[in-house]
Design a protein around this ligand. Structure first.
Ligand code: PLP
Length: 443
């Protein structure tokens, strides 16, 4: 499935990080702000298919996809071909000055792919946070209301408004306030950590009750939610939660915004995670997986909401850059041609089965969850549900030494998350799972 010219193999030939990476880290320390961190400080030379190769010649199995970005793999053939052609034709004119076809073609693809048969419009931006900010702007302009409802454990970005919408304090918010106003946080459905069994619908009623009493239904411009939370720890709300929220929004005149920035573009086994329960959001924010690694983001939604903003009200110098649009068209074509949503489901089935075995074998594995190629293990102190961030950190470090890149997540930092490229060859997926199993056994 992977057409990368790089050998699809795990190969560790130096300490991790190796001497060349260490030398670059020394240069980095003197030049790069320390506020920008790195999970695994090996410097990359090439990447493709399911591997990342560093400057010391180590080849890592990639269970991160640059945080769910390179679903189609790094330097995927049609992405590279489209980018080469576009970059030779023109690199930027600014769509707000003189437009070009690529931008329109991406918006046409989004209209076809985003859930719902209603008429849609899109606007393109550079980053996920920028898309979320613009979704809020559009919802406010369309409703004439101010309040934004978000959820516990949410992650929506690092700009001022999206910091306010993000739940976790350190490292995302600590010291960076004051934050934007009119943002209200409601309780999520978090099946593993509910104090007592509660259905998705009842968990939605619990959130709605608080919104109605503390915010007022008539003040809510939008409810913004990740269908499966990303940075929050791959939390999948109980069945019925999302449909009930969407229904409440419809009845209350609030805009239902699905933040599909991490879940979108085949990652969870559907084009978009909202499809799983047949939810049709009013607005959808996308970014990460959209363009095979180039920076591009979008808000897509009901024509009457999107067109409520006066001309000139939306935009940005680089939004919908022609090279990024060309990359997106290549990436989306590949997703369709290679049926990557189906492939994600296959990855999920393999991973859930293997990780289920690990949960039965190890008392510190509290929960295994996720859909498609978005799978997580939540680690706890054996005998209860007390989060064990140290265990997650140690397992991640052990995987990194052995040549498997994994990421952590979660409000309590105790979740290992797995986001392999959807083009990951089977033998690498299985080898990655074996490395993981050994790291669990060593803990
Ligand atoms: C990553 C992410 C964002 C922010 O995207 P950036 O491109 O980093 O600004 C917003 N929402 C979700 C769900 C994300 O995963």
């Amino acid at each position: 499935m992977s057409r990368s010219s790089l050998p699809q193999e795990r190969r560790i030939v130096t300490a991790v990080p190796g001497p060349k990476s260490d030398a670059l880290t020394a240069r980095r320390r003197a030049a790069v702000a320390s506020g920008v961190g790195s999970t695994l400080p090996v410097f990359v030379e090439r990447a493709g298919g399911g591997v990342i190769v560093d400057v010391d010649g180590n080849s890592f199995i990639d269970f991160g996809s640059g945080i769910a970005v390179t679903g189609v793999g790094n330097s995927a053939e049609p992405v590279v071909a489209n980018v080469r052609e576009q970059v030779g034709a023109f690199t930027h004119t600014c769509f707000m000055v003189t437009p070009y076809e690529g931008y329109v073609a991406v918006c046409e693809e989004l209209a076809a792919l985003v859930p719902g048969t209603h008429e849609k419009r899109s606007a393109l931006f550079n980053s996920g946070a920028e898309a979320v900010e613009n979704a809020v702007k559009i919802a406010r302009a369309a409703t004439g209301r101010n309040a934004v409802v978000v959820f516990d454990h949410a992650y929506h970005g690092r700009t001022n408004l999206t910091m306010a919408m993000t739940a976790k304090n350190a490292p995302y918010k600590q010291g960076f306030g004051p934050f934007a106003g009119e943002v209200y946080r409601a309780p999520l459905s978090y099946p593993y950590r509910e104090p007592a069994e509660i259905t998705g619908k009842d968990a939605a009623e619990r959130a709605i009750g608080l919104v109605e009493s503390q915010v007022g239904a008539g003040n809510v411009a939008c409810v913004v939610i990740e269908p499966i939370q990303g940075e929050g720890g791959f939390i999948e709300p109980a069945t019925g939660f999302l449909p009930r929220l969407a229904e409440w929004c419809r009845a209350s005149g609030a805009v239902f915004v699905a933040d599909e920035i991490q879940t979108g573009f085949c990652r969870t086994g559907d084009w978009f995670a909202s499809e799983h329960e047949g939810v049709v959001p009013d607005l959808v924010t996308t970014a990460k997986g959209i363009a095979g690694g180039l920076p591009l983001a979008a808000v897509t939604g009901r024509a009457e909401l999107m067109d409520a903003v006066r001309e000139g009200g939306l935009g940005g110098t680089y939004g919908g850059n022609p090279v990024a649009c060309a990359a997106a068209l290549g990436a989306i074509g590949l997703m369709r041609q290679e049926r990557l949503a189906e492939r994600a489901r296959g990855i999920g089935a393999t991973m859930l089965a293997a990780l289920g075995d690990l949960r039965r074998a190890h008392a510190f594995v509290g929960d295994i969850r996720g859909r498609g190629a978005m799978i997580a293990a939540e680690l706890v102190k054996p005998g209860g549900k007390e989060p064990d961030a140290e265990a997650a950190k140690r397992i991640a470090a052990s995987c990194h030494r052995e040549g498997l890149l994994v990421l952590t997540a979660g409000t309590y930092g105790n979740v290992l998350r797995f986001l392999p490229p959807l083009v990951m060859p089977d033998h690498l997926l299985r080898e990655g799972i074996d490395v993981l199993a050994q790291a669990f056994a060593k803990l």
